[in-house]
Design a protein around this ligand. Structure first.
Ligand code: F6P
Length: 290
């Protein structure tokens, strides 16, 4: 049996654990595309032993390389990728909603394919969890907890811009855990005067302020400048948490989830299921039809 592994979209902490579990189970039967669906199209496919899997099993990143390939939706690109996929008994794809659609297309065209949710954004349909999310939230908490003591010494506010593309899950969770003073999840919640008043009020009490804002709403630097114009110079600073969230060492919860997801994918292969997605539902890892 020949199994092909693909990581599509942004990398997510925990992907390496998933890959390592798959290697442990399938050994030399396992192959990987070096860099997402683009590599499937280019036939950049290698045996898993040529990748640095085991030394990286508990680290972030993606040892088989991940990648975005918007062209995959176009027939001519898809058809060539499909030809290459058909040389394998199984194709397992880690990624987000776009990758899930890709898995459905492959499956509808005769490839035995399995989807595994893996994106820090936790915005994959029909699953409560996707690999990477727990670590992303933990890294936001790490950043905030390591910046705020310095802000506190000057009663400053700090705007933390966090990833999530258009999904507020990371921002919401981190804000809740950290008891942020302000959370901005969408454009409607961006009320600059209200944020300024909150920071001013806290300054009067000799307190700092945590402002968490989801990316793609407003530029954090511009917002900080506007707040400083209202409150006063250097009353507010900003910190773009950015790729610290993706590069952060996977938490123990993450490693456990990635392992569970790998067991589910292995089970699907054993049962010869195709067109299925691994998902986390009501606290359980399950397999769903796509
Ligand atoms: O989808 C994961 C994600 O990290 C988003 O949160 C973010 O908007 C995007 O990827 C960043 O992508 P890139 O690393 O290609 O800039």
């Amino acid at each position: 049996m020949k199994i092909l592994l693909i990581a599509s979209g942004g990398d997510a902490p925990g992907m390496n654990k998933f890959i390592a579990q798959m290697q442990k189970k399938f050994g030399n039967s396992l192959y990987a595309c070096k860099g997402g669906f683009k590599a499937l199209y280019d036939n950049e496919i290698y045996p898993i032993r040529l990748f640095d899997v085991q030394p990286n099993r508990n680290s972030a990143g993606c040892c088989i390389k991940s990648g975005r390939f918007a062209e995959f939706k176009q027939r001519k690109y898809f058809n060539k990728a499909l030809e290459n996929a058909k040389r394998f008994d199984y194709v397992v794809v880690m990624g987000g909603n776009g990758s899930k659609k890709g898995v459905k297309e492959l499956s509808d065209n005769g490839v035995k394919a399995i989807f595994v949710p893996a994106t820090i954004d936790n915005d994959v349909e029909k699953t409560d969890y996707s690999i990477g999310f727990h670590t992303a939230v933990a890294m936001v908490c790490f950043a905030v907890r390591n910046v705020m003591p310095s802000m506190d010494a000057h009663n400053r506010g700090c705007v933390f811009e966090v990833m999530g593309r258009h999904c507020p899950a990371i921002a919401q969770n981190a804000a809740k855990i950290l008891q942020a003073d302000v959370l901005v999840e969408n454009k409607e919640q961006l009320k600059i005067d209200e944020i300024a008043q909150k920071i001013k009020k806290n300054r009067k009490k000799e307190h700092s302020s945590i402002i968490i804002i989801r990316e793609n709403i407003v530029n954090a630097e511009d917002l900080t400048q506007q707040l400083n114009q209202i409150i006063g110079e250097k009353a507010v600073m900003h910190f773009v948490v950015g790729h610290l969230q993706r590069g952060g060492r996977p938490t123990s919860v993450e490693l456990k989830m990635a392992k569970q997801f790998a067991h589910a994918a292995i089970k699907a292969i054993k049962n010869q299921q195709s067109g299925v997605a691994v998902a986390f539902e009501n606290g359980k890892t399950v397999l769903q039809n796509i």
